[in-house]
Ligand binder design. Sequence first.
Ligand SMILES: C[S@@+](CC[C@H](N)C(=O)[O-])C[C@H]1O[C@@H](n2cnc3c(N)ncnc32)[C@H](O)[C@@H]1O
Length: 687
Amino acid sequence: MGRRAKNKQGDPSPLTEVTADNGASGRLSAKKLGKRKADVEEDVLTKRPSKKVKETEGKKGAKDVKVEKKKSGKEKTGKTKKSKKVTVEEDEDDEMVVEEGEGSEGWEDVDDDDDLKAQAKSLFRDSDGEELEGFVGDLDDLEIDGDEDDDMIRGPVQELEFSDEEEDEPTVPIRLKGKKSKQLERPLKIIPTGSDESSDEESDEDGPITMANMEARSKALDAKARREAELDMEELQNAELAGQEDDEDFEGEAEEGDEDEGAEAFELPTAEEREEEKKTGGPQVHVVQRRMRECVHVLNNFKRFAAKGRSRSEYVQQLISDIASYYGYNEFLTEKLFQLFPVSEAIEFFEANEVPRPVTIRTNTLRTRRRDLAQALINRGVNLEPIGKWTNVGLQVFESSVPIGATPEYLAGHYMLQAASSFLPVIALSPQPGERVLDMASAPGGKTTHMAALMENTGVVFANDANKARTKSLTANVHRLGCKNVVVCSYDGREFPKVMGGFDRVLLDAPCSGTGVISKDASVKTNKSERDFTLLSHLQKQLILCAIDSVSPDSKTGGYLVYSTCSVTVDENEAVVDYALRKRPNVKLVETGLEFGKPGFTSYRGKSFDPRFKVEKRTKTKPIDEDEGESSKMEVDGEKRDIGFDSDEDRKYLEESKRNSMKAKGLRVPPRTKPASSSTKIIEATA
Ligand SMILES: C[S@@+](CC[C@H](N)C(=O)[O-])C[C@H]1O[C@@H](n2cnc3c(N)ncnc32)[C@H](O)[C@@H]1O
């Protein structure tokens, strides 16, 4: 039996946790706050996280972008979807690929993160945690052709402005409660129904799941989820009330503690003390735990709890440093991730990265039906249940007495081992039968094969991946799952649409840092630097423009692009989409049609993201600055806008890649030029 098969799996909670909380205040839902913050305080700050980090759901941004036909005059397109900027945080999309003949490894893939961790990881991570050898994405590979008429591979990296300003984090009361997380509470057996729809359900609720009771149980599960949601809401409200009381209690305790000679009052170490601490090999775990707890407490209500003369940034720095050492991250990434969330949610995020991810599978409807698959697997001793109402193909596996990546059903292509979150980009894209679709970065093919199934094996899916080696597993999956409308190809995505274009829909599941799937690949904790994020963001921006340009605005049925990553950083998600909207004014954001998810940031640490929704005509493009070479202005509704890459920031990358390209061709490389002192181009209206 595979090791994972012995594990009990929890609910795919991240999907239900992502709620429609609008705002940039944080990304974890209020529900989660209510449900988990007590656990976090108790569990996170009193126990050292398990060293053996396994899979967990990550977050992932999925953006559904509508490419509108370039129109003349003020005419707008007749698309009916609402124009609205949407960011759907989507969890990681890993497909466990087992090539035929390697059956048992599929299961091991799910489990064997130790092996993964042991490997050196490349910068560009795919969503299934595999090493992306030979990735195509480094700027060093980028050839700059002076004749290129497009701005797509010449753009500036959109630098995020990280303000030094201290932000007042929203106050989230933290409570100390010994409640177990929902995931840990997951019973070993299929949950009894409790549905009020049928007494039969109740009678067999403890028995094995069968074809007959499966649907009823699924309904019961939905009912249970509804009840839980209500309870969660109640709990959240109670938690908020109790949190206020706790704050008062805490204050009271502190005062009492001061009087109690035995109890040591908490004091934030000074810079010198921290240095000294480092020299002596760092503090003991319990010291770190207490300090984290105290810092969170203070930061949640700084005015009230901060020690006199100590600044907010001192507490933040201490907390970041303690999180880094406690969870094993480098400080750069700790800070980057920490900045994404309000304080308590940040702790939850780091904690969530220590939790194993649920094992889920996607039924391949080209080969079978979900109920038939479920029955077949149940007969083999697999304990499973439908994932949720939002998908009619997903199953969650709780236990299995057989390796789930090597069952006859698996080998016969009846299912794909695939994170539930990875269904979302495809559901959002919603490819239709008969369409012409591009999956620009597709290996190992979880989403490609899903698309082929939704298209009922009609039309054509071009499944591209720059990494040739990875197209082998892609091809294997395409064959195993019986996809007959898929053409596998291997180009750098940035070569599209020159290679081919005119697609009804395009999926860009971009290479990314994998910060949404840290529980699956813990090496991310230490192997990412600022430069990595700069390069990745740059590549993603290049790819998204090419993806947009590959969509046919004339498509009768589509004209859509979905952009997704398995990362949580703003530079890989919001900033990329924002950039694309600025560079391609004929594109607007539309609703994804997904029931969950929430809008992304519209402003982040001093940077605002363009919330434009309207369609603008694109009339003509002409270069405006011969010296700049890379810039161009486009007339948009009578205004000339700069749509080219325009920053000096970018110049050094372009120059460097040009030098590399010349070197590779054996040409004499010119000396490096000094960067210009300032970025001069801004989007502006000229007469
Ligand atoms: C997130 S993974 C794709 C996962 C895939 N969509 C799935 O669902 O199975 C990103 C992929 O991008 C590929 N890639 C990296 N750089 C690329 C580029 N410049 N053009 C096209 N593909 C690229 C990697 O080889 C990797 O397979």
